[in-house]
Design a binder for this molecule. Structure first.
Ligand SMILES: [Zn+2]
Length: 196
């Protein structure tokens, strides 16, 4: 019934099962990247910004807009194939949240996922930071994996290398990819583009 999704979920899924059986707690970066890259090529996306809402639709996931103020960013409710997104958050944050929830779905994190912003710093300008740190050790593996997936989906490595050669400016890249400056900066560091 869902040929696209089924096909996608078969790609590399064995690797995940084996990893789980071996007792590894998290998926490899290569596996997560492959999942994101597959989606982008399946949908024939060739340039930024990535339309995360269309990607959700292609997976038959419904986006439900909710108003939660400064509360949680969003949620994945697998049994309803729904992604809730808090539209009171900044636009770029909503995009990252949707990409992150798609990650929970595609990576088969089976339980309901509610995104709780757990950094009550009161410095709202920095709120965009908390979801985009790819390796933050205090987060559960599934959260780090979903963040990694979101970064790979919103800022594909191959596109990023090309964009960096052309623009060489993190702010312009953030604008082009429609992500927060912090998310872009993390990705640039992650891909070691500064040395290039
Ligand atoms: Zn999450």
């Amino acid at each position: 019934m869902y040929p696209f999704t089924d096909r996608l979920n078969k790609v590399g899924y064995l690797e995940y099962e084996i990893a789980l059986q071996l007792g590894r707690l998290s998926m490899s970066i290569g596996f997560i990247k492959q999942k994101a890259t597959s989606l982008i090529s399946e949908l024939d996306l060739v340039s930024p910004p990535v339309d995360v809402r269309s990607i959700a639709e292609s997976l038959l996931l419904k986006i439900v807009e909710v108003h939660l103020g400064n509360g949680s960013d969003g949620a994945l409710i697998p049994e309803r194939r729904e992604i809730e997104v808090n539209v009171d958050k900044p636009h770029v944050r909503q995009r990252f949240t949707i990409a992150h929830e798609i990650g929970h779905w595609v990576l088969r994190h089976r339980d309901r996922m509610y995104e709780i912003d757990e950094a009550p710093t009161g410095i709202y300008d920095n709120r965009d930071d908390s979801e985009v740190d790819l390796e933050e050790k205090s987060r559960p593996p599934t959260e780090r994996e979903a963040n990694r997936f979101a970064a790979e989906l919103l800022m594909p490595a191959e596109w990023m290398k090309k964009s960096w050669r052309e623009l060489n400016d993190p702010d312009k890249l953030a604008e082009l990819y429609d992500v927060s400056r912090e998310a872009m900066w993390n990705r640039i560091v992650d891909l070691r583009l500064l040395k290039a």
